[in-house]
Write a protein of this length. Structure first.
Lengths: 448, 486
């Protein structure tokens, strides 16, 4: 078994003597006898490091990983390329073994990195302020809803059902317990149904929520949604793919009040869905409603620039039940990975990633349509993901593809029963032309 | 040499870049043929323009401004800054864990599901619960999920009057904040002279409107709640449920279990008790465990084991719903799983015993120099008050800052709120006797300085990259992002 203790038996004895005790058990005398555990816990036998490595290898090998196959599955988690620089830097102990930067004099590294992260998120989203990150895109959206409800004093939100199903489910969970009503708005040609939105948006609406590119990969017309929301004095919340922001107009420019999104795609491995990060950005007007950690710039007593956790009167350790949220952490290491990724890729590189995704997704889309076996589910513009309709349900096809080492698209009917034959495919910069051609070839073979 | 580092934006040189991506191997269609111009950005995103080595140097320089557990002693009370075993980091990097899509077919993710299922089973045994959900991403998130479960349970029974949650005045700020997030009203009860829950005060607030009591045991004062059996009885008799804040679980592994004490719901912090690193503020993991009657209310999906292997059960009509995308902070769970498998039952018990011994060693070592508001055997952490020093004009904050000069991360200060000038010290089990002795010596020296040379303490820290910060300015004139003009 492994032990990470540092004291020898003799040292322990000396320590106990100093306490006037003869055994460690005596330290636990305050535990009532009735609730003391009078046996060892029933856990599997302890393992040495060598044995543990063997076990973990075996467990890891029971999974099919994305290096041993070709992935066209997205639906909220994406197989983007992660440069070696990211892991090399995030594995520095000064970053990963530190706690929340409560003592700024010995935490400037984490604090400055978060400040840079906040700055980059503002750049990408076109917003004025951003926080230090959230658990993930779904919880960021749920917290945005809470902000809107608190700001407007209204308790109904309208959410496009083109928003990721999991994100809508999380919003629904949070909202239910706060007695906030969530109403879903349908879609037309893959984008939010503006007529339905106009009909439902009113004086009771705290916020209108749209995702772009949405779950179908389709780019929404955010400015029209913003106008409809603002006409009713509701807030407009946009959820975005940060990589798409390198080429798309930012929601900030289009009138968003709160912008959230999932940042896993920025240098974080897909990791069976976590940990990644969420981000949240907003306007100065909503600054005091923002949940989570925020880093600000200030000076030390000598006037040197320095960074510190700030605006803490919003937070639970001061406001307790009146806090803007109960969140008291961020996904700091994942946000650091995102910051390093965005730094390394930089202005030109992120645009290149976005353009590669866009072109490769369109290449696959056009080739699939050209086979005659699929029709486009929508004609609206899309980014790195798109939906097609086949001639049969896609389970059989996905099963066949898996046999050929390809993880096929998401079966749309799982979340949208109306698309029985719907297939949602994601194409990142990692997919090569050869892999895409191979997919098309296998698909044709399956359909014939 | 360690020096201040410019912002990455200030190092940007127009046109500089790291060439990383392959050339495009599909037709290079013009962007505006795929996306209408009205949807396209006019100006490029102003991200930094730097080279690969610029990136490496910048973030390496930033890392050197941090103090981590590997840098030195980190006795931050309530945070359990124990050593983070390297093997756990290594195994969590296996591609079979990092390179798995959450929507892959179940037969291709059996290893991931096995880790989740087995961790659920082991944490259930450690806490005395029936099942554990690993979906919550952090302690506060686990609290929220646990309180949702309590609310859903009462509502399902038609007991809709129960809209209030009781918390002691010594509780973590997240307790009342989480209760508010779930739509509960919060009632605070005072602690008694011994730092425990005042039973009479508790009885007085009990009614058919109480949904439950949230309790940390050992408490935030580092004391085991001796009356836990009576407390559980009082709450249960009034129809309420007991919620265990697992922040201090590191004191009791293998010694007693929340489930045996009478708790119905528990959250754990894998990033405290189960050795996963804090990452500078996250990712953590805050599993929520429940007794049998509450299992149907757990977040969905739940991992189950069947004849064809492990599977995700999403058919849970009474579930509170989903609280996070996918299945939680999976890689953090992998590390905790590896930790529990490495230590086993005896190893976990010994970890708790040594955590408690180390804290008591500091208690006895410093009790003559610092006031001990509750002068008895503590558990895994000890809470002093700097009131003696405050009389000489030296605050808990000053002492904390002075400790930095000795190479230590300061303890938690000004918490719990019911102790004036609180210094909350949690050494953890992984520290050696000589580390504790050196820390005690430093604290003694600071106590002397407080009397003889208070300025030396009040002007600390002396050797850090920046001195004490103007936090008021940060709030009054918030600068929250880089801007060319500033």
């Amino acid at each position: 078994m492994a032990s990470y203790l540092s004291t020898t038996g003799e040292e322990q004895q000396a320590m106990l003597e100093k306490l006037g005790l003869t055994s460690r058990d005596a330290l636990f005398a305050d535990i009532p006898v009735a609730v003391r555990l009078d046996r060892e816990l029933a856990l599997p036998e302890a393992l040495s490091e060598m044995e543990l490595i063997t076990l973990m290898r075996e467990l890891a090998q029971k999974n099919t990983d994305l290096d041993s196959c070709t992935c066209f599955l997205g639906a909220g988690a994406y197989d983007h390329f992660i440069p070696s620089v990211v892991g090399s830097l995030t594995s520095r102990q000064e970053f990963y073994t530190a706690y929340t930067p409560y003592q700024p004099e010995i935490s400037q590294g984490t604090l400055q990195a978060i400040f840079e992260f906040q700055s980059m998120i503002c750049e990408l989203t076109g917003m004025e302020i951003a926080n230090a990150s959230m658990y993930d895109g779904a919880t960021a959206l749920a917290e945005a809803v809470a902000m809107a409800v608190s700001q407007t004093g209204r308790n109904e939100v309208l959410i496009a059902n083109t928003v990721s199903p999991e994100h809508r489910q999380v919003v629904q969970t949070y909202a239910h317990f706060k007695n906030v009503r969530v109403r879903e708005i349908g879609f037309q040609n893959g984008t939010i149904d503006l007529n339905e939105l106009e009909a439902l948006c009113g004086a009771q609406t705290a916020a209108v929520i749209v995702q772009s590119p949405n779950f179908f990969g389709v780019i929404e017309e955010l400015s029209r949604v913003a106008d409809l929301a603002h006409q009713q004095k509701a807030l407009f919340i946009a959820s975005v793919d940060p990589i798409s922001m390198a080429i798309l107009r930012s929601p900030g420019e289009l009138g968003a009040d709160i912008v959230v999104g999932d940042g896993q795609c920025l240098g974080n491995p897909i990791s069976f869905g976590g940990p990644g990060l969420g981000f949240m950005a907003t306007t100065k007007a909503l600054m005091r409603k923002l949940p989570g950690r925020v880093v600000g710039q200030t000076t030390d007593h000598d006037g040197k620039r320095a960074f510190v956790l700030t605006l803490q009167t919003r937070e639970q350790h001061i406001r307790r039940d009146k806090a803007t949220s109960n969140i008291c952490s961020n996904q700091a290491l994942n946000a650091l990975a995102a910051t390093i990724y965005l730094t390394l890729l930089g202005k030109a590189g992120l645009k290149e990633v976005a353009t590669l995704c866009l072109r490769k997704a369109h290449y696959l889309h056009d080739r699939l349509i050209a086979t005659g076996k699929f029709t486009p589910a929508f004609t609206a513009p899309f980014f790195k993901e798109f939906a097609v309709i086949g001639t049969t349900a896609p389970e059989g096809l996905n099963k066949d593809l898996l046999g050929d080492g390809i993880i096929g698209g998401y079966e749309l009917k799982k979340a949208y029963p109306e698309f029985e034959y719907g297939w949602l495919l994601a194409v990142t910069e990692k997919r090569t032309r050869q892999e895409i051609d191979q997919l098309v070839e296998k698909v044709v073979k399956h359909c014939d | 040499m360690i020096k201040q580092e410019a912002l990455i934006f200030e190092k940007s040189v127009p046109g500089r870049k790291a060439d990383i991506l392959p050339t495009c191997d599909v037709p290079e269609l013009s962007i505006d043929t795929m996306i209408p111009e009205v949807l396209l950005r006019a100006e490029e995103v102003a991200l930094p323009e730097v080279s690969e080595i610029d990136t490496i140097r910048h973030f390496t320089a930033l890392s050197q401004l941090n103090h981590g557990v590997d840098s030195g002693f980190y006795p931050l009370g309530s945070c359990t800054m124990k050593y983070n075993p390297k093997v756990n980091e290594a195994v969590a990097q296996y591609r079979g864990f990092t390179g798995v899509h959450p929507y892959q077919p179940e037969q291709t993710v059996q290893g991931c599901l096995e880790v989740l299922y087995q961790t659920d089973r082991m944490l259930a045994e450690i806490t005395g619960m029936e099942r554990v959900s690993l979906q919550p991403a952090a302690g506060a998130h686990g609290e929220m999920a646990g309180l949702m479960i309590i609310k859903a349970y009462h509502q399902h029974r038609g007991d809709t009057k129960r809209q209030k949650i009781v918390v002691p005045d010594s509780s973590h700020g997240t307790n009342p904040a989480s209760a508010a997030v779930v739509g509960f009203d919060v009632i605070e009860v005072k602690s008694n002279q011994a730092g425990g829950v005042d039973l009479e005060a508790l009885k007085a607030v009990m009614s058919d409107e109480i949904a439950g009591l949230m309790l940390t045991n050992p408490s935030t004062l580092g004391l085991f709640e001796k009356n836990i059996v009576e407390i559980a009885e009082i709450v249960h008799q009034a129809g309420g449920l007991l919620y265990y804040d697992g922040a201090n679980m590191n004191a009791i592994m293998g010694k007693t279990r929340p489930g045996d004490m009478g708790f119905d719901v528990v959250h754990l912090n894998l990033h405290k008790t189960f050795s996963t690193p804090h990452g500078g503020g996250g990712p953590g993991s805050g599993p929520v465990g429940v007794k049998k009657d509450l299992v149907p209310f757990l977040p969905w999906p739940v991992v189950e084991s069947g004849t064809n292997g492990y599977y995700l059960d999403g058919d849970r009509p009474l579930s509170i719903g989903r609280v996070k995308s996918f299945y939680g902070n999976f890689l953090v769970v992998v590390k905790a799983f590896a930790y529990i498998r490495s230590l086993g039952a005896k190893g976990l018990r010994e970890a708790s015993e040594m955590a408690v011994l180390n804290a008591n060693y500091i208690r006895v070592g410093l009790c003559e120099d610092y006031e001990l508001p509750f002068g008895k055997t503590c558990m895994h952490e000890v809470v002093f008050s700097a009131q003696k020093q405050a009389k000489a004009g030296v605050s808990a904050l000053d002492i904390a800052k002075r400790l930095i000069d000795f190479g230590y991360h300061p303890p938690t200060i000004y918490f719990p709120l019911i102790v004036k000038e609180a210094l909350m010290i949690e050494p953890t089990e992984t520290e050696s006797k000589e580390t504790l002795d050196a820390f005690i010596a430093a604290m003694k020296q600071i106590a002397r300085e407080a009397q003889e040379n208070p300025e030396a303490v009040k002007s600390a820290p002396h050797d850090t990259i920046v001195g004490r910060l103007d936090e008021v300015k940060a709030v009054r004139k918030p600068v929250l992002k880089f801007s060319q003009k500033v």
